[in-house]
Structures are given as structure tokens and as C-alpha cells.
Design a protein around this ligand. Sequence first.
Ligand code: FE2
Ligand code: FE2
Length: 169
Amino acid sequence: MAKRGISILKDIEASTVINLLNRAYCDEWLAYYQYFIEAKVIKGLMKDAVISELNLHAADELRHATMISGRIIQLGGTPILHPGEWLTHSNCGYDAPTNPDVRAVLDQAIAGEQCAISTYSGILDIIRDKDIVTYDLVSQILSDEVEHEEDLQSLFDDLKEFIEQFKQA
Ligand SMILES: [Fe+2]
Ligand SMILES: [Fe+2]
């Protein structure tokens, strides 16, 4: 725990930031696994393009978990140690891909990204002007999540158009 680094927090306790980050940390692990398993079970049209995107996102979510755990430790906290706590501490929960159809999987993944965007945007509102280092880190993650939503939505739109054209043919 680096004392001077923590001393620059303004009007916020390190424990409050650690708590916010630990919840996001659980979200990232759950998002990582959701993408990982979706990429394995998915079926249907344009599946290969979607699998590549899901795998890229999985890698990003794992990178986010790494970034967040590093900041929790810098602040003198401990990242959640037991996977059993991921669900109970997460903001966005976990949506098992019980329907492996490409459209259903994309729908779930888009909803997950939207939850992540709202969560990180909420964290930024709380820590703005109070913890500049976490603010910077969470901003980087948020911009990835915005990109994720856009990538998935454009795949979903392409798929919809493909199906429409197929019906008209
Ligand atoms: Fe993420
Ligand atoms: Fe994401």
C-alpha cells in the first residue's frame, strides 16, 4: 500500500473506491466467462464473425479485471478472492446463454455492455475530482465498453439485414 498515492484522494475514503472497484471486478470476471462460453456454444448465421468478436471481448474483459485488481491493491484493498462471491457482488449479474442462437447471444451481450456502460459511468460520477488515478483507469475501461456495445450492435444490424435480404430473395 503506497501511502502518498492514497493521500491524494480528496473527500473520498479509499475503502469506498475499493468497494466500487471490487463490484466492477466481479462484473468483469462474469463478463469474461459469459463471452468465453458464448463463443463455444453459439449457433447460427454469421457465427464465425460473431465468435471472433466474442473472443476479442473476452480478452478485453479479462484485461479490465487485471487493471481493476491492480488499482484495488494500490489503494490497500484486496480483490474479491472467491469466485462464489462474483455473483453476489456484481452490478450486472450473469446471463447464461441458454439459447445459443446468434441473435439471442448478441442480444444478451449488448444488454451486458449497456449495463457495464451505466455502471462505469456511475462510478465516474462518484469519483470525479476525488480520485484522479481511478478516474483515468475507469475512463479507459468505459471507452472500451462503449466500443463493445457498438461492435455488437453493428453485427446485430448486419445480421438483421442479411436475414431481410434472404427473405426477399
Ligand atoms: Fe469490461
Ligand atoms: Fe465489454
